[in-house]
Design a protein around this ligand. Sequence first.
Ligand code: NAI
Ligand code: MG
Length: 348
Amino acid sequence: TKLRIGMIPADGVGREVLPAARAALEALGSSIPKTEFLDLDAGFEYFTKKGVALPEETVSAMKNDLDCALFGAVSSPSHRVVGYSSPIVALRKAMDLYSNIRPVKSVSKTPGERPSIDMVIVRENTECLYIKEETMSLGPNGKEARATRLITERASRRIGQMAFETALARGSSSLLTIVHKSNVLSVTDGLFRETVRGVPALPGVDGKYDAIKVEEQLVDSMVYRMFREPQVFDVAVAPNMYGDIISDAAAALVGSLGLVPSVNAGDTFVMGEPVHGSAPDIVGRGIANPLAAIRSAALMLVHLGYDGPAKKLDEAVDSVLRRGDVLTPDLGGSCTTDQVTAAVLKEL
Ligand code: NAI
Ligand code: MG
């Protein structure tokens, strides 16, 4: 058997960190099936050249020829560009990658890190405000901009199931925190909250989640508690936008966005992706932290069932962090992407 992996570096530092993930996967040698990498296009830069951000060939390769993929980052402009739409949002939708799973963990002694953090953010990945249904009209108060926020029972149920499964995999008495704002948005967030709460009572569950402790946290106080006592959290499940925001906050608690991995997972496909963006402030200098990308490759392997090799990658990353002498500038070091990658490969 072979492992066919799509590589979509896209924009900015995505192009600098994805080669590190590839080198780490290659260094696993025969502990995983023979890997075959397929380079695929997407991104804003591609859009400026070709007029599309997500070419059809990329989607069809993922649907037909690949077992999994790794995505770098996109540079989506903050102003509206006619014809452009974020390819990562589109890809999650096209492949029905309905969950974004983001483990945030302190390793100990990493500069800027708070100790004893070990949580997983399970972010809904297909709806909420990110359906991007926005309109502009003219009213008595001048321009009126509106956005539609979609929360469906189906998407809330399947992200809820993913969250309970994630919690169960971490031990039968894990804690699951449902993040919402249903004191204000009682219809949309109310549906999310109730549907996730209803997962343990679904047919076929047969009590397997009974020992999981479920609590709720309004999103604003969630951020507060994450800064005050981040070590209490275990698994947190949130609608798309809250999940996006609390994951960047959580990344700050472990020292850098350059450390936090994720996978976009559906029922039939998985795509690893560092949580960070294209980092325009450091692009081109060869100093992007490659560890989030390498950890994303590990997380992708876990979702494909290769726990052992994934653990090897994670341990190599952790020991580079613990040694602390080969770090990129975001962690206070002065090493390059290549030097940090070489240190990981040496550990492997
Ligand atoms: P960002 O995540 O790119 O950068 C935020 C900060 O973290 C910057 O100071 C950056 O230097 C630092 N950082 C990020 N990754 C790093 C790494 N690997 N090593 C060291 N430092 C790192 O977020 P920002 O600046 O708000 O957005 C830049 C662009 O990225 C925007 O166009 C945005 O749309 C896009 N973006 C794309 C995402 C994706 O592809 N999934 C996610 C977030 C943002
Ligand atoms: Mg984000």
